[in-house]
Ligand binder design. Structure first.
Ligand code: 13P
Length: 236
């Protein structure tokens, strides 16, 4: 099972460094659990080097990527220049705060897949709606990426992250998650993660065998809280 920790911009570079070292020395992963960490873009290079130097069983990825490989993009970080194999694309905070549209996400998918990255593509509805509407929305969005993704779906992992479930204590039901996974499997995406308010209190209600893992925000920034989630998953 994949445990993907999205540290967003919660931690200072020093705290990110310390937390990675703490994970390395004390976090207990079940043999079937795989840890991916998405630190701030500022710390990406440094933590990738640290994890490699210490031979830590963790994969470091980028929280975002520039939509083009064009040199003239102030503030951009090119997909073909970054270290590591993982890239997060389409997170709801990027869509909401930076107004990223499907056309931008499509470009990011293109450059990342061309650079042979594995992409974690975040999708999910903005507010609570019926399961039928969720399925329809997801299908429409994924259709828009078809020409870019087709032929390389094995490079794409979908993270189902409803906007309304992020950063609080509300989650969809496990039945809704299972319906979403069923659709995504049907569309050819073999691995699906769930993200949004995953913590030691919610995890037991949303875990199901169809899930490849979880994308965890706030709860992944404290070692003891993350360990509590891992322990519960191990016992299930
Ligand atoms: P929380 O786990 O803090 O709700 O964040 C989820 C998320 O946005 C992960 O990408």
């Amino acid at each position: 099972m994949i445990i993907a920790a999205n540290w967003k911009q919660y931690l200072s570079p020093k705290e990110e460094n310390e937390l990675l070292l703490e994970f390395g020395s004390s976090l207990k992963l079940h043999p079937k659990q795989e840890l991916w960490i998405f630190p701030s873009l500022y710390s990406l290079m440094c933590l990738s080097k640290l994890a490699k130097a210490l031979d830590m069983p963790v994969t470091i990825g980028a929280q975002d990527i520039a939509p083009t490989l064009d040199g003239a993009l102030t503030g951009g970080i090119r997909a073909d220049f970054i270290r590591g194999e993982l890239v997060l694309i389409g997170h709801s905070e990027r869509r909401k705060i930076f107004h990223e549209k499907i056309t931008d996400i499509k470009k990011k998918l293109q450059v990342s897949l061309d650079a042979n990255k594995r992409v974690i593509l975040c999708v999910g509805e903005k507010k609570p709606i019926s399961d039928e509407e969720i399925i329809e929305q997801l299908q429409t969005e994924l259709d828009a990426y078809k020409e870019v993704i087709d032929g390389r779906k094995e490079q794409v992992i979908i993270a189902y992250e409803p906007w309304w479930a992020i950063g609080g204590n509300k989650t969809p039901t496990v039945q809704t998650i299972q319906k979403v996974i069923k659709l995504l499997h049907k569309l050819g995406f073999a691995q699906v993660l769930y993200g949004g308010s995953v913590d030691p209190h919610t995890i037991g209600k949303i875990v199901c065998p169809e899930l490849a893992g979880f994308l965890i925000g706030r709860a992944s920034t404290t070692m003891t809280v993350l360990q509590a989630i891992l322990d519960q998953l191990t016992e299930m």
